[in-house]
Design a protein around this ligand. Sequence first.
Ligand SMILES: CC(=O)/C=C/C=C(C)/C=C/C1=C(C)CCCC1(C)C
Ligand SMILES: CC(/C=C/C=O)=C\C=C\C=O
Ligand SMILES: [Fe+2]
Length: 560
Amino acid sequence: MASLSFPLPKTSHLLSGVQPYSHAENCSLFGRSILRSRRDIGDSMVANIATKQPLIAPAPPPPPLEKEEARNNGKLAAWTSIKQEKWEGEVVVEGEIPSWLRGTYLRNGPGLWHIGDYHFRHLFDGYATLVKLHFDGGRARAAHRQIESEAYKAARSRQRISYREFSEAPRPDNFLAYIGELASLFSGASLTDNANTGVVKLGDGRVVCLTETQKGSIVIDPGSLETLGKFEYSDPFGGLLLHSAHPIVTETEFLTLLPDLVNPGYLAVRMEPGTNERRVIGRVNCRGGPTPGWVHSFPVTEDYIIVPEMPLRYCLKNLLRSQPTPLYKFEWHPDSKAFMHVMCRVSGRLVASVEVPLYVTFHFINAYEQRDEDGRVVAIIADCCEHNADTSILDKLTLQNLRSSIGQDVLPDARVGRFTIPMDGRPYGKLEAALDPAEHGRGMDMCSINPLYLGKMYRFAYACGARRPCNFPNTITKIDLVEKKTENWYAEGAVPSEPFFVPRPGAADEDDGVVISLVSDRNGEGYAVLLDGPTFQEIARAKFPYGLPYGLHGCWIPSE
Ligand SMILES: CC(=O)/C=C/C=C(C)/C=C/C1=C(C)CCCC1(C)C
Ligand SMILES: CC(/C=C/C=O)=C\C=C\C=O
Ligand SMILES: [Fe+2]
């Protein structure tokens, strides 16, 4: 893989002033020409001298990217690691960026999937790469930078993984080390802080990158993208180790769910701007299963927090394994059933808890209250990207699959799953497709809405849909949940990331704004695409001078 050369020098005419960064210490991760080979490093770095056992799990069979390079002329940027620690420069804009769009779009994601010659297996394992686009006066400046988590720094200096990532774990050398690993797992010491999933701006202006481990909450400078340090929670809930990767963040609060793996349940907590202390709103005990369901995200309405209890549950046994299992750190428990709980945001009281059909989701889209003519709440509507209760999507996100099945129609079906949760004490809720899934090519995920409609009745969602055949969502799709229709942006072979909606200041209509998505192109290139909210036509493209690896979630920081 490292034989790919970094494209910057060829396109240096695109750069204004700021030159590509390279750093002797960091170079070891990026590029074989300057990479110390295993032989150079010496056996002591890669093997236990006494046992001659490798300290890291053996690399997966054959280096997948090299195979893929041959098939794809080495060009698709999406599943190819970023090649430099950081870069910053002006990007060439085609089309017109609206003059009202003033601010910074940040996107986080797992952009580096190898350490030396060791290749990660799963998309979610990669070390975090932050990408930034700053818009002002119709121009755009871009940057990217690796987040300096402890996990990444240790991997960089030791040339092997040292913390438990999503699917990978350092392999203990011997039985004693294994016992130590167990202890450090329970204390959280061995869990990763690789904050590769999302990035949020708190009400007090601090910008925090997140993953599902609480220790992986890292404060960054949105200007320089520099890692400022760990976000230290000053409350006692760190012992629960995990949290939702997607807190609900507004100008006035930060809400999240903490799964309790020991006494199966969830704590709903709230943190105010300017503090690091989360306070308990309430607790929900699980109704099924040995452990809580995976809670990657959750929705809220104006008055309620919706706590999902998915039958895809954390698995303590799998947490201890160093080799990936079919469902990684999770287990599918259809017999444990699926539930949706509704908690009052103010009192923390559980006001509804219903059994629902089995489901699998990473991402809730939005939720709102349905009222009768007297204003009483009769039901909660909660929408999500639902994978037809099929867990196979997790394994479809291995890098080997993503790299080797390009063009094949192997993306499992998904839909906009709409829960209806009755609020009158009835025990069952409904789950149905909110629109015909054929409208979005029977695949969809990575959603956003107009943030001003958070928790309120809404009409439009933006997501990546599917134009088949495909192995990964490949369209940017505007979903009209009232007309039950979609509009799509598509570029052959390109992989767009989460479409992020920025409302136009002062707008009256829900879709009045722009949608930003960073695209990893089949020609090895990367660009940001801007779509006009109402017409969904492309209005501008800002081209990076290098390919962008796929990324996950973003946020918007308006200019003062
Ligand atoms: C990127 C994404 O969508 C999900 C990332 C999830 C991660 C990194 C989860 C990590 C975990 C551990 C490091 C150990 C504990 C379990 C689990 C939450 C899966
Ligand atoms: C990339 C992804 C989930 C990311 C989590 O943050 C899901 C993709 C699903 C494909 O349909
Ligand atoms: Fe996510």
